[in-house]
Design a protein around this ligand. Structure first.
Ligand code: SAH
Length: 348
């Protein structure tokens, strides 16, 4: 997306798109591979530093194209190593990306929209309303930005971002084409080289798009369930009125069908007195029977405009034990980056 010039941002193009682009400007398609390696493996965004391109091509590219990244407006490191960045998009809108380092991996939580349309009652993004979809460049740009900022190692053996969760601001499946293209670049070996299993898309349950995604981009699927019956889920996740639990779970089952060792991750926020009783846990165990599942319990992360409270550690323990007794792999997600208000959308 270009707002202040006519240059094409090459981050908007996947490998095929770049080949077409070079074809259009009468250059060989292998230029696509060269340029992707510069951008995604080396973190180089200035054409003049791309030394295996001829001088003439560098000048030509400079005239018609750019590799434009979001700009950082805030860098908040947390005590636990989590790092939250506020990033300014090309039209001044701001979004967040959060990096969570762990032993042996670095997970980046990526945003897909400015704001969100879905109005989930427990989510702070909902309070800001919806502004617009992010472009492919603005989505993949978060990954390139993070790798450059964290530092690309000299031997390039391992980039800092090894895992991506599409769990930042927005509903990724409501911005389908741009998200799918960005995930294709993440996955591409000459892009970010992140395997499909290390890319997780989290959705509130946009059923037709879950079905569509299965055929075009087979990444790990996480579903924000948060309630074991329609009555409660209609309240917490209003899109449930359109795509109720049964329809959603059928789509989830279909998503992993025929794939060895694949499970859907169900996210379940633990909200005090709302969805956290033993009965809720039992009901959850029942409805998930037919879907290869694992369950992530997420202690609700409070924010100023919300009246919900986090469930007590005891209720969370009982809930977890009930699900484990029913045979489910169930983890309680550590809250990370609490002190910098980065914990809400981060689960994998
Ligand atoms: N729209 C997508 C992705 C963004 S939310 C989705 O709904 O999955 C990513 C995760 O953070 C979801 O599981 C979401 O329900 C959870 N989340 C949102 N607000 C939260 C809060 N206040 N506390 C804990 N988790 C929250």
């Amino acid at each position: 997306m270009n707002t202040d010039n006519d240059k094409i941002n090459l981050l908007d193009l996947d490998q095929q798109g770049l080949k077409d682009f070079f074809n259009d400007i009468e250059e060989k398609p292998f230029r696509a591979t060269q340029i992707m390696k510069w951008i995604y493996h080396e973190g180089v965004v200035d054409f003049h530093e791309m030394t295996n391109l001829s001088k003439a091509l560098r000048v030509k590219l400079d005239e018609i194209a750019e590799v434009r990244l979001p700009e950082m407006t805030m860098d908040q490191p947390s005590k636990d190593g989590t790092r939250k960045w506020v990033l300014k998009m090309f039209d001044g809108n701001q979004i967040e990306a959060v990096f969570i380092p762990e032993k042996g991996r670095g997970t980046l939580c990526v945003s897909s929209q400015v704001g969100c349309t879905l109005n989930c009652t427990f989510c702070s993004t909902a309070t800001q309303g919806f502004n617009r979809n992010l472009s492919t460049a603005e989505i993949i740009g978060q990954v390139v930005f993070a790798n450059r900022t964290l530092g690309i190692p000299k031997n390039k053996a391992l980039l800092p971002v090894t895992n991506v969760v599409m769990m930042g601001m927005g509903e990724p499946l409501m911005n389908f084409d741009n998200v799918i293209r960005a995930m294709a670049i993440m996955n591409d070996d000459i892009g970010c080289g992140i395997s499909r299993r290390r890319i997780t898309l989290s959705t509130s349950g946009v059923v037709p798009q879950i079905i569509k995604m299965r055929d075009v981009c087979d990444v790990s699927l996480a579903v924000s369930l948060h309630a074991p019956n329609d009555e409660l889920r209609n309240e917490l996740v209003p899109i449930n009125k359109k795509y109720p639990i049964k329809v959603l779970l059928d789509a989830c089952k279909h998503y992993v069908e025929g794939k060895a060792r694949r499970r859907v991750t169900f996210e379940y926020i633990m909200i005090d007195g709302v969805n956290d009783t033993r009965q809720h846990a039992k009901q959850l165990a029942r409805i998930l029977e037919a879907v290869p599942s694992k369950i992530n319990l997420i202690p609700f992360n409070p924010f100023p405009q919300s009246s919900y409270k986090r469930s007590s550690p005891e209720s969370i323990q009982i809930f977890q034990d009930t699900l484990i007794a029913a045979g489910y792999t169930t983890i309680v997600r550590k809250t990370r980056g609490d002190d910098i208000d980065a914990a809400c959308g981060v689960g994998w």
